[in-house]
Design a protein around this ligand. Structure first.
Ligand code: OAK
Length: 799
């Protein structure tokens, strides 16, 4: 089959693009230039750009079909793709054509571009990583498909009312999504509940999963891969026909409405387990639909099940899709008639698992009772996998009952629960952490028993970020400067070339241009004085990330300013961005206090021009792309041993921000590469932090012995910030689970070094350039290369 034949090539001249735009406006949007709204123009532009990618997709599919390669299948409950228009314009080479054509037809390109809505189908780092990896897979011509859920409502929209976070639903696709291709023919039926009888599992409820595709173009290559997102659809069986014919219409569709709830909403918990049955249903829904699709694709060209692992590697993005392991066992044993051992061998060669956390509370477990009710056959399979696992543990470590208890897939106390991480480790050939330190800590702590038994299963793949999105698209000015400095734009596909910027750090003319770009980005953010140091902390709110530590520093600066306005260091703007899970009270209190402190500082004339705190609401990928280019200082201040990797740290360093950070996650590797002299290090390391946590940590002793710390906390306790934040201060004094007070002095001292460094702008710029120059390692292309080498073993197919 040659899908390359018969395709009319789409034009790349301005006239052809304009013609296509016009034709799409008439024939596909069904309107005219005279009556078209900006929304019509936007949707039409999207179709016109999408068509160019679709043509490349057809050529990619043909080449991939011809070569019958090993496919990388990425299973993820979350994708934070970011805005699509800018990226698809760039990747289709129409960035200049599009605005010109829009103008020629009488539309305002800026107004049209502003209508692009980012699909917020993820919470934070895990979802954004998935998007960066797919970008790199396509750019590197690797046959890959991402599978996920098409949530009707994405991550909630955050606003502030009286400084407190308020959540509103994110109905991102209410206008329809012009980037999406619905594929209703590829529906799959998914069962839930019911019982296991002699004839096998008889589900008590069935629903359909209906896919749609989003194209994932590679940069600088023809390849276009795709993501397949599933939405739940009621089947005919969900409509109660007897009620319908009795005229009880609302009751008749009740069950159908409930069935479609499965893909209704993204759970807004980041790194915290929530344990609701609907979420378990979502997970199985994703897994069941995706595996059926993978098998259908396998069967297209192959016949022998033994070939399956050679044709498919399935990466589990954390434990959310781990039910894929018992589900593939069920399909192979119950539906395909393979024997258990054969099936287990296939499963064990097919799946790999990435762990994204070190927080014990983020390790998913499901009540045995709930799982057994929802998926009775899967629970049986999990028990049988557990028998095999515990048999191996007993024979390797005879008499070690405690080890058996720890490694079991079933936790017994206080309630019987299935441990999804243990299942993921047991059913895969590779388990990876996402930064060197994280991978080490996983084998030393979380998975110590498993790493003892199966040392070869564990590896590291340090995260990375897409230089296309987070440098080229986010920061076009700096990108041009980099290209002119290096004399090539090849760095966009080989980020190690950034090393060529290092000598330019010594060139004062280049430094001046670099500073100009930073100031331009700051001016574009519109935060006032672009001469002020822009100090940025952008990430989800979590106590382990320690936004509260940054806040104590701000209060300290404020106190210093009040006591001696003449002696203040350098003008600073501190910018926060991020959401808190709606049920995470402590994180929401920290948000409230930040806004209260920002208001107090803004209202006090003594701070004017010296200190500002800003907190734009609803931090998302769109906003990240505006903030990151402008940042001077990158706050990466988690308690050491808690942040698995971080990826914002990489994006900021690549854009020339200098990090102030602990030795946590990928900060360690950033510092190794950019050099200790270009990084502001502070605080306890992971060993020191664990030791202090394990002893009888007394936060109050730091409060008692440090007058500036005491003054900061006392001010909060006394209600100096509109009476807000008493709970935050009290919890720091009483418990301080994440050692904020222990690291306070070291942090404030490091911030004083930051201020001193800023006063020498030539030095600062050198440091900034060296951060970018030495961060080429943090491209997600390198991450994908590492996955290919250490886990996936797939090879490129070029269309
Ligand atoms: C979300 C849900 C469950 C477990 C982990 C997460 C998550 O987002 N983890 C984050 O993943 C990022 C990508 O690997 C890391 O950079 C972050 O450190 C980690 O918190």
């Amino acid at each position: 089959m040659d899908l390359r034949n018969g395709l009319r090539p789409l034009g790349s001249t301005p006239a052809e693009f304009e013609q296509d735009l016009l034709s799409n406006l008439y024939y596909r949007r069904g309107t005219t230039v005279e009556s078209a709204s900006a929304q019509d123009a936007y949707e039409t532009l999207a179709l016109t750009v999408r068509d160019r990618l679709a043509a490349r997709r057809a050529r990619t599919a043909a080449a991939q079909y011809d070569s019958n390669p090993r496919w990388v299948y990425y299973l993820s409950a979350e994708y934070l793709l970011g805005p699509q228009l800018d990226q698809n314009l760039l990747y289709s080479g129409t960035t200049d054509l599009a605005p010109a054509a829009l103008k020629a037809l009488g539309f305002d390109p800026a107004e049209v571009a502003a209508l692009d809505v980012e699909p917020g189908l993820g919470n934070g780092g895990l979802g954004r990583l998935a998007a960066c990896l797919l970008d790199s897979l396509a750019t590197m011509d690797i046959p890959a498909v991402g599978y996920g859920i098409r949530y009707d409502l994405g991550i909630f929209k955050q606003s502030f009312e009286n400084g407190e976070q308020v959540e509103k639903p994110d109905d991102w696709a209410f206008q329809g999504d012009p980037w999406e291709f619905p594929a209703p023919d590829d529906r799959n039926r998914v069962g839930f509940y019911g019982h296991v009888g002699p004839e096998g599992w008889v589900p008590g409820e069935v629903i359909d999963g209906e896919p749609s595709h989003l194209l994932v173009p590679g940069y600088g290559t023809e390849t276009v891969n795709f993501i397949r997102l599933w939405r739940a659809r009621a089947t005919e069986a969900s409509f109660d026909l007897s009620r319908f014919s009795a005229g009880q219409y609302a009751e008749a569709v009740d069950q159908a409405v409930r069935a479609e709830n499965i893909s209704k909403v993204l759970y807004p918990d980041d790194s915290t387990e929530s344990g609701r049955e609907l979420r378990l249903k979502q997970q199985y829904f994703l897994v069941s639909c995706s595996l059926r699709d993978i098998i259908r694709r396998f069967r297209f060209r192959n016949h022998d099940w033994a070939e399956f692992p050679a044709k498919a590697v399935i990466q589990l993005n954390d434990t959310h899709p781990t039910l894929a392991i018992p589900e593939l066992m069920r399909l192979l044993v119950d539906e395909e008639g393979l024997d258990w051992d054969q099936a287990w061998s296939i499963v064990r060669q097919t799946f790999a698992y990435t762990c994204h956390t070190l927080l014990p509370e983020a390790l998913e477990t499901w009540p045995v009772a709930m799982l057994g009710r929802l998926l009775p056959r899967h629970l049986e399979i999990i028990y049988r996998i557990n028998d095999g696992l515990l048999g191996e543990v007993r024979s390797r470590f005879p008499g070690d009952l405690d080890r058996v208890r720890r490694m079991s897939l079933i936790q017994e106390e206080p309630e019987r629960r299935v441990r999804m991480a243990n299942l993921a480790v047991t059913g895969t050939f590779a388990v990876n952490g996402v930064a060197e330190l994280h991978s080490q800590l996983l084998t030393a702590t979380t998975f110590h028993d498993f790493a003892t038994m199966w040392p070869d299963r564990f590896r590291n793949v340090t995260n990375g970020v897409s230089p296309r999105r987070f440098v080229r698209l986010a920061n076009p000015g700096l990108s041009s400067l980099i290209t002119s400095g290096l004399g090539t734009d090849a760095w966009l596909r080989d980020l190690s070339l950034l090393a060529g910027l290092a000598p330019l750090a010594g060139d004062s003319a280049f430094r001046a241009q670099w500073r100009t770009e930073k100031r331009r980005a700051k001016a574009a953010l519109g935060l006032g004085d672009p001469g002020a140091l822009l100090d940025v902390m952008i990430k989800r709110f979590h106590e382990y990330k320690r936004q509260q530590l940054k806040l104590l520093h701000i209060i300290t600066l404020y106190h210093r300013l009040k006591s001696d306005p003449g002696r203040f260091g350098v003008p600073r703007t501190v910018l926060f961005g991020g959401k808190a899970a709606p049920a995470y009270t402590a994180a929401k209190s920290i948000i409230h206090l930040i806004n209260a402190v920002a208001a107090t500082i803004a209202a006090d004339p003594v701070t004017s021009g010296q200190l500002r705190v800003v907190f734009p609401p609803n931090y998302n990928v769109t906003l990240a792309e505006k903030i990151i280019p402008a940042a001077d200082l990158s706050e990466q201040i988690s308690m050491a041993g808690k942040e698995a990797s971080g990826t914002g740290n990489m994006k900021l360093a690549l854009n020339g921000a200098i990090t102030i950070g602990t030795l946590d996650g990928a900060n360690v590797e950033i510092r190794d590469r950019v050099g200790g002299e270009n990084f502001f290090l502070f605080g306890l390391d992971a060993t020191g932090a664990a030791a202090l946590r394990g002893s009888s940590y007394q936060p109050r002793s730091y409060y008692d012995s440090d007058p500036e710390l005491k003054a900061a906390l006392d001010a909060v306790l006394a209600g100096a910030f509109g009476g807000v934040g008493h709970d935050v201060a009290q919890s720091l004094l009483d418990r301080d689970e994440y050692l904020t007070l222990a690291d306070y002095r070291s942090y404030v001292d490091a911030q004083d070094e930051v201020s001193a460094a800023w006063q020498d702008q030539e030095r600062w710029t050198r440091m900034s350039i060296l951060n970018a120059a030495n961060s080429g390692f943090f491209s997600s292309d390198r991450t994908v290369a590492d996955y290919l080498d250490r886990i996936w073993r797939a090879t490129p197919v070029r269309p």
